[in-house]
Design a protein around this ligand. Structure first.
Ligand code: HEC
Ligand code: HEC
Ligand code: HEC
Ligand code: HEC
Ligand code: HEC
Length: 276
């Protein structure tokens, strides 16, 4: 953990104290003219639009480690000797954990939802998509830290890079045609042998790239080509899915019940099957 020198603080503390953190502040012009800003951190530290915005400083220069801020702003982030409280800034909410609240770095400060946004793939898994309503929790793919300072959380060796551990039961669903265990390769950010992506009887068992585009089009998990989901192998070679998979798909081959598609259970002739 990186801590700042107290002596540096003593020098900086002589500077004029000023705080104007607000999510509306995007332009220098939005700031009140007085008192004169003599920033300990340089100009723009509170402005989203600034290259010197503290969020940028924390991610680019500090390896996301905000514990050093406590040296001057207090262990509770209520200001310490600076008198500049993060929690009274209008941006951070003490009841949520102040600057350590999960949504500050992994989500949406307006809705307070934990939602990593760097890759859209997270959204599909956390909230479901057009083809499936199945949702997967953070703890199914990552070791979930209990708080910001949990030792399993940030690691200095690979700052900004999350560790992935598959612990999801659905991804490990067993069928007669299964090949091997679900796994994640961090070097290529690719998942393999995942049930949901076709590791099942007559499925395509595709390797999917977390950071790739269009990794789950119709026909990718099961079927022969883009847009044709008819499984090969021992599956009946009859195109009219809705005739046999009633209630799941319509005559236009649109999924009409997202809660029963890619949910670990095969729906055919009105039955639920796990023996295929
Ligand atoms: C060495 C002491 C020190 C450390 C460490 C420190 N600050 Fe500050 N900070 C200050 C002082 C003093 C002020 C008061 C205003 C000023 O002089 O800029 C301040 C003000 C601020 C402001 C108000 C904006 C401004 O420029 O007036 C923000 C935001 C801020 N600090 C965030 C942080 C963050 C985030 C960290 C950790 C990455 C941090 N500070 C670490 C001393 C420090
Ligand atoms: C100051 C920013 C920040 C805050 C606040 C924060 N995180 Fe993180 N978190 C990160 C970064 C950066 C990573 C990337 C992992 C690394 O560096 O090892 C990460 C990684 C993760 C991961 C992926 C697994 C891992 O550790 O690699 C999970 C899950 C996670 N955080 C959950 C949380 C939860 C839950 C909270 C609230 C209790 C939280 N985070 C608060 C910055 C933050
Ligand atoms: C379906 C599995 C899955 C779920 C669910 C999931 N993640 Fe991830 N997460 C990943 C993968 C895969 C990566 C990419 C890792 C890499 O780059 O090596 C990742 C990356 C991350 C990163 C690094 C930054 C980024 O966006 O790439 C953070 C932080 C993170 N996850 C936190 C979370 C949190 C917090 C949750 C729950 C709100 C969550 N994840 C849910 C699989 C998942
Ligand atoms: C004539 C009836 C029939 C039609 C039409 C049909 N299926 Fe099936 N489907 C079945 C049966 C029966 C099974 C279970 C096979 C078994 O026991 O392994 C099945 C299984 C499946 C499976 C699981 C993998 C497998 O092959 O066992 C998928 C995926 C699937 N069907 C998708 C489709 C899609 C998509 C269509 C339309 C393009 C379609 N099916 C049309 C009868 C049908
Ligand atoms: C992300 C992978 C994936 C994609 C993409 C996908 N499916 Fe499936 N599909 C599955 C899985 C997994 C099953 C196995 C049964 C289950 O778990 O619901 C399945 C089963 C089916 C079945 C059998 C009924 C059932 O759900 O049990 C039909 C019909 C079907 N899919 C139609 C489609 C159609 C139509 C599309 C494109 C619009 C499509 N699938 C795209 C993963 C996928």
């Amino acid at each position: 953990m990186k801590h700042f020198l107290k002596t540096t603080f003593a020098l900086l503390f002589a500077a004029v104290l000023f705080s104007a953190c607000s999510s509306e502040l995007n332009e220098g012009d939005d700031l009140p003219v007085a008192p004169v800003l003599m920033g300990a951190h340089g100009p723009g530290y509170v402005l989203f639009s600034s290259d010197n915005f503290h969020g940028n400083d924390i991610s680019r220069n500090l390896g996301w480690d905000i514990t050093g801020c406590q040296d001057c702003h207090g262990v509770d982030y209520n200001g310490g000797n600076t008198g500049q409280s993060c929690n009274a800034s209008g941006c951070h909410v003490v009841d949520d954990g102040g600057p350590e609240a999960c949504y500050v770095c992994h989500g949406d400060s307006q809705t307070k939802k934990d939602y990593p946004q760097w890759y859209t793939t997270h959204g599909k898994h956390l909230e479901g998509g057009l083809l499936s309503a199945v949702t997967i929790a953070c703890s199914d793919c990552h070791n979930l830290p209990v708080n910001y300072e949990d030792p399993i959380h940030l690691d200095a060796e690979t700052p900004g890079k999350a560790e992935v551990h598959f612990m999801n039961d659905l991804a490990a669903t067993v069928t007669k045609g299964r090949n091997g265990d679900a796994s994640f390769d961090a070097a290529t950010t690719t998942c393999s042998n995942v049930y949901c992506h076709g590791n099942f009887t007559n499925g395509n068992n595709v390797a999917v790239n977390w950071k790739g585009e269009n990794q789950a089009y119709c026909g990718s998990c099961h079927g022969q080509a883009e847009g044709n989901p008819l499984p090969g192998g021992s599956h009946p070679q009859v195109e009219n899915c809705s005739g046999c998979h009633t209630g799941i798909v319509n005559e236009q081959r649109r999924i009409i019940d997202r809660s029963r598609h890619a949910n670990g259970v095969l729906n055919v002739f009105g039955n639920e099957r796990t023996d295929w």
